[in-house]
Unconditional design. Structure first.
Ligand SMILES: *Cc1c(COP(=O)(O)O)cnc(C)c1O
Length: 342
């Protein structure tokens, strides 16, 4: 049966965003981070569309995520590398590990090597081997496709960006790597100096805007829509929702819609979220419940039980209103929401 909640996903906007990021990457190739099930949209659908548009390099976090995409026959890199438990899958050859630690390098070498990627830490102190270990010969003899690093502050104007760029640039020629890769979405926005040979955007593909100047170039991809389960008239002075946080200042028409924080519509939207119908903005009222949200539909007398409302979800604005990061707003959508591509 059709779900009472859906994410309308704009495939043209997804491809548009990849093309913009590819163009901003200059001479570098532009890949795609499709980890976390394509940031919640569905990694198979995302990867299929981007591959058809010309994207050639795809990044996932785990081998299970790579396995899910294996039937597409794409070039996949597994960002978390290889644990001992991953070696059997890794030997399957459908993805390259991104080696992050000296133990992973030893493990990969011990299994016969083969093409791999390597992450080097340039200051984030998250994943990656050190530049010193590389200078000490850690990677000698390995068949490395891409040497990569990751920017900690690319969505800010921080001196750390240039420091990390320089540390990474100093590694050119120090390994057998065929390509260098540094920039995520925000890193692409820092300029072509950060693009090296390959960029790895995620967020901006899906409509996120990590740096304000990218705003005009990136289109919204995810449009949540929820069905009205009940419409009621709330009299002046009556309350709506948990803890009665919203009191009707006058007679108010209220629609209760099939959407809640268990679906990924965060509780932080309580009192600040909005829905929309035919471009009329309809404010959210009171607390967001687990499965339900109340919307003021006084401006739309014709809306009735069974009708659908669009949820305001342009990521920069929704993040600003809720205080929740654009990443979390994308990746939090649960399985009850039907994904509908157009
Ligand atoms: C997730 C991830 C990306 C993509 O980052 P966005 O900020 O979503 O563009 C790129 N590289 C690495 C190593 C990542 O973990």
């Amino acid at each position: 049966m059709p779900a009472p909640l859906r994410l309308r996903l704009d495939g043209d906007a997804l491809v548009h965003n990849w093309r913009q990021l590819d163009r901003m990457s200059g001479a570098a190739a532009c890949g795609a981070a499709v980890k976390a099930n394509g940031y919640g949209l569905g990694s198979t659908e995302v990867a299929r569309r981007l591959a058809a548009a010309g994207c050639r390099d795809f990044f996932v976090a785990t081998w299970a995520e790579a396995q899910a995409l294996a039937p597409l026959g794409l070039t996949l890199s597994v960002l978390h590398g290889v644990r001992a438990e991953d070696m059997e899958a890794a030997r399957g050859g459908f993805a390259r590990p991104v080696l992050n630690t000296e133990a992973q390098v030893v493990r990969w070498r011990g299994a016969g090597g083969g093409a791999c990627d390597v992450m080097v830490d340039t200051g984030m102190n998250r994943l990656g081997v050190s530049a010193e270990a590389i200078a000490g010969g850690l990677l000698d003899g390995l068949t490395i496709e891409t040497l990569m690093s990751h920017l900690a502050c690319a969505d800010e104007d921080s001196a750390m960006n240039e420091a990390q760029r320089q540390r990474f640039a100093a590694l050119r020629g120090m390994t057998a790597a065929r390509r260098l890769s540094l920039a995520n979405s925000a890193g692409i926005g820092l300029g072509e100096d950060y693009a090296f040979d390959l960029t790895r955007p995620g967020l901006a593909l899906y409509g996120g805007v990590p740096r304000a100047k990218m705003g005009g170039l990136i289109r919204q991809v995810v449009y949540p829509q929820a069905q009205i389960l009940q419409r009621r008239c709330v009299r002046m002075g009556e309350a709506v929702g948990y803890n009665a946080t919203w009191i009707a200042p006058g007679e108010t028409e209220v629609a209760i819609i099939n959407l809640g924080y268990a679906d990924g519509y965060r509780r932080a939207f309580s009192g600040v979220g909005a829905a929309r119908h035919d471009d009329v903005v309809l404010p959210e009222l009171g607390r967001v419940s687990m499965d339900l949200v109340a919307i003021d539909v006084s401006a739309c007398p014709h809306l009735a039980e069974g009708d659908w409302l669009e949820i305001d979800y342009a990521l920069p604005a929704a993040s600003q209103a809720s205080g929740v990061s654009q990443y979390e707003l994308l990746t939090g959508w649960g399985r009850r929401a039907e994904r509908l591509w157009r």
